[in-house]
Ligand binder design. Structure first.
Ligand code: NAP
Ligand code: GDD
Length: 329
């Protein structure tokens, strides 16, 4: 029987890369997406897969739409990537974040339990759950200490995934993914904000780049590598939880240095600190230990930080140049 997957959050960064991976593997891919008044499918178009996705309109806060989506797709695998995923906004919209990123996951698990309990489920958990870190390098056994409404919502979703697995024997896995970036990253996240800013400064459209805490450190990988790990988790005989990371940590400052240097500029001349981008509570440093994923899934991050920076800066230079030509042409 051919495989079919339903992806919530298919229009997001990871949803787009995962959809492409599954299409390449011969899956029938159903994109579960809310109706929005503006177009949200630009990533699917950039990857050239928009017309290959079967759209099911729905929202993870609406259990009935999930039930219908799982019935209609008869999905053998469900990937729950939908979230209000921007940590910064989660203090402004804590309840919405809880409803979408926390209860939304419970709705997905419940819909699968009601309609097709044999369906395998992937939950998009996060290194933000480690927050105020309790070990120098974080793995599946490190205690959690979330530091934002987003982290707290995701921790609820994580434990619901574990509980549905243990209570009902469902094949539900939680991928604890550390930060992963790409040219398809949302512009509000720091890496893309930097690479877009570099392109605009280089092309003379912007004089400076305003950022918050440059000393924060993250374990940054490439999203294209990370969606492979999601798929691998659902191919295992037993469902489980896995940390997915590069194992390296880098400061925002160093990321800026690399990105500006890529176009021959010195970040110190252009980056300005703006306290508006500080957060009420900060996650100072994250560094994963992905040994279990290496041993059990055979997964390793393949893309180096330098390759990632180069890929993102080049993509933004091309995008911004195209926009400039569009305006003058
Ligand atoms: P993203 O680009 O922000 O995508 C989030 C997706 O969720 C979008 O397609 C969004 O659609 C959709 N969505 C939002 N609210 C929804 C709702 N109520 N019902 C259905 N869909 C909804 O996030 P990402 O970077 O791809 O991350 C994917 C998942 O992994 C998220 O759950 C995120 O929290 C988690 N995660 C990400 C990282 C990372 O570094 N990228 C690390 C760990 C975990 P609209 O655009 O239409 O709102
Ligand atoms: N966004 C942003 N904008 N972050 C800034 C800025 C700025 O101008 N200046 C400094 N930073 C710092 C933030 O304070 C944070 O410490 C770090 O850069 C990374 O911020 P983001 O890129 O917004 O990502 P995040 O780590 O908060 O969250 C991302 O990774 C999580 C996994 O750990 C998101 O993708 C989450 O959805 C994901 O779960």
């Amino acid at each position: 029987m051919s495989q079919s997957a339903l992806i919530t959050g298919v229009t997001g960064q990871d949803g787009a890369y995962l959809a492409r991976l599954l299409l390449d593997k011969g899956y029938r891919v159903y994109g579960f997406m809310p109706r929005r008044s503006t177009d949200t499918s630009w990533r699917l178009r950039e990857l050239g897969i928009e017309s290959s996705i079967e759209v099911i309109h729905g929202d993870v806060t609406d259990l009935s739409s999930l039930v219908r989506g799982i019935q209609a797709s008869a999905a053998t695998e469900v990937y729950n990537l939908a979230a209000q995923s921007f940590v910064g906004s989660s203090w402004d919209q804590p309840l919405l974040t809880g409803q979408v990123s926390g209860l939304g996951a419970a709705n997905v698990l419940e819909a699968v339990r009601l309609v097709r309990p044999e369906t395998r489920v992937y939950q998009a958990s996060t290194s933000e759950m480690f927050g105020l870190i309790q070990a120098e390098r974080q793995d599946e056994n490190t205690p959690f200490y979330p530091r934002s409404p987003y982290g707290a919502a995701k921790l609820y979703a994580h434990w619901m995934t574990v509980n549905y697995r243990e209570s009902f024997g469902m094949h539900a896995s939680s991928g604890i993914l550390f930060n992963h970036e790409s040219p398809l990253r949302g512009i509000e996240f720091v890496t893309r904000k930097v690479t877009d800013g570099v392109a605009r400064i280089k092309l003379g459209l912007q004089p400076e780049l305003r950022l918050g805490n440059l000393d924060a450190q993250r374990d940054w990988g490439f999203a294209g590598d990370y969606v492979q790990a999601m798929w691998l988790m659902l191919q295992q005989e037993q469902a489980d939880d896995y940390v997915i990371a590069t194992g390296q940590t880098t400061s925002v400052r160093r990321f800026c240095e690399l990105a500006f240097a890529h176009v021959g500029l010195d970040y110190e001349e252009f980056v300005k600190i703006d306290p508006r981008f500080y957060r009420p509570a900060e996650v100072d440093i994250l560094q994963g230990k992905p040994a279990k994923a290496a041993q059990q899934l055979g997964w390793h991050a393949r893309t180096s930080l330098e390759e990632l920076v180069s890929m993102m800066v080049e993509a933004d230079l091309e995008r911004v140049s195209r926009q400039m030509k569009g305006r003058t042409g």
